[in-house]
Design a protein around this ligand. Structure first.
Ligand SMILES: [Mg+2]
Length: 336
């Protein structure tokens, strides 16, 4: 099977931005309240176009990650730091505290070892997809770079675990096609293996959570979200008022678990998948962005409807960055 990598690279970055754009109006809203606002989501988007006018920090940081890889022809922490500092001038849209506080310190020259915040938030898993693309042929390096790219801003092990798992999942999905599908068993074995080499307690907890997701793919999306939207969440991320509700907490383990769950429940249509992701409830834009990266890597640009592509602000620039990242990848791996 010949893989069209450009189609997959473009699909991944566009997938992030579509999920982020569609989820942004629903950030911080419980799923049942989101669903009380419309009968037909497509009509809702058409009639409320202004609500969906922008993506947020998830897409911004993903594009800066891609740019850092292009500029550095791979991972170079100085290029990463430079790009993340540049993000402060974008300016950031709906940033998480962990990200903004650490990157502001990096801006003032504080070394990352001191600047990184002890945040288990989603800031690193949301921006990691270009690493999954670029290092898809070098899995050891992919894991190492996903980890390094995470710890320069987030020192918490949950953030690193989420970033590694998502980058590894992207590389796995790049080589699959919707014509042949893939084995769910193999998918979980692959992503779990990427974080199995550590004694880190939170990584072990994450492996247990991923196994529970695998065993839960028969339940409804609503039931799955109630089950996983607070899974593993620690203070200060735990929000008592949302206990038992479909409200994805902005913590890496819960958000990545929910994004993977929804993605695997929707392997027949990019559109159905991205709509379910972006209306997850709670940290909806980030579930949309992370799950959108998986969906984009699997379905590819060719299976993304034009109207969803056109909804995204700066979609031509996003496709152009995807192409430049792809060309760098081809050059580095002497493909083409
Ligand atoms: Mg966001």
């Amino acid at each position: 099977m010949k893989i069209d990598y450009l189609d997959k690279f473009s699909g991944t970055l566009l997938g992030v931005s579509i999920g982020d754009t569609l989820g942004h109006p629903f950030e911080g809203v419980i799923r049942e309240i989101i669903y009380s606002q419309f009968d037909d989501f497509k009509e809702f988007v058409k009639n409320k176009r202004k609500l969906f006018r922008t993506y947020t920090d998830d897409t911004q940081l993903t594009l800066h990650t891609a740019e850092a890889l292009i500029q550095g022809s791979g991972f170079n922490e100085n290029y990463f730091i430079r790009e993340y500092v540049k993000w402060l001038d974008d300016p950031p849209i709906g940033p998480g505290f962990g990200c903004i506080s650490s990157i502001q310190k990096l801006k003032y020259g504080i070394p990352w070892q001191k600047a990184a915040s002890n945040s288990g938030g989603n800031g690193t898993a949301m921006r990691v997809s270009p690493i999954g693309l670029f290092f898809c042929k070098e899995i050891k390096k992919l894991i190492n770079v996903a980890l390094k790219s995470s710890i320069i801003t987030h020192s918490h092990p949950a953030a690193a675990a989420g970033a590694i798992v998502i980058a590894r999942a992207i590389a796995f999905l790049l080589d699959k096609s919707i014509d042949t599908g893939f084995s769910i068993e193999e998918f979980f074995a692959t992503i779990i293996a990427s974080i199995s080499h550590s004694q880190e307690k939170i990584w072990e907890e994450f492996i247990e959570i991923l196994n529970r997701v695998k065993e839960s793919l028969e339940i409804s999306i609503e039931a799955g979200l109630i089950k996983f939207s607070q899974v593993g969440v620690k203070a200060p991320y735990f929000l008592e008022e949302y206990l038992g509700k479909a409200f994805v907490h902005p913590y890496t383990l819960s958000t990545v678990a929910c994004a993977i769950f929804i993605f695997l429940k929707n392997l027949n249509s990019f559109e159905d998948c991205i709509v379910q992701l972006a209306t997850a409830g709670g940290d909806s834009d980030t579930v949309g962005a992370i799950g959108g990266s998986l969906a984009g890597a699997y379905f590819g640009l060719g299976n993304i409807p034009d109207d969803l592509r056109d909804l995204v602000r700066h979609n031509k620039e996003i496709l152009s960055i995807s192409e430049r990242l792809y060309l760098k990848f081809i050059e580095k791996n002497s493909l083409g």
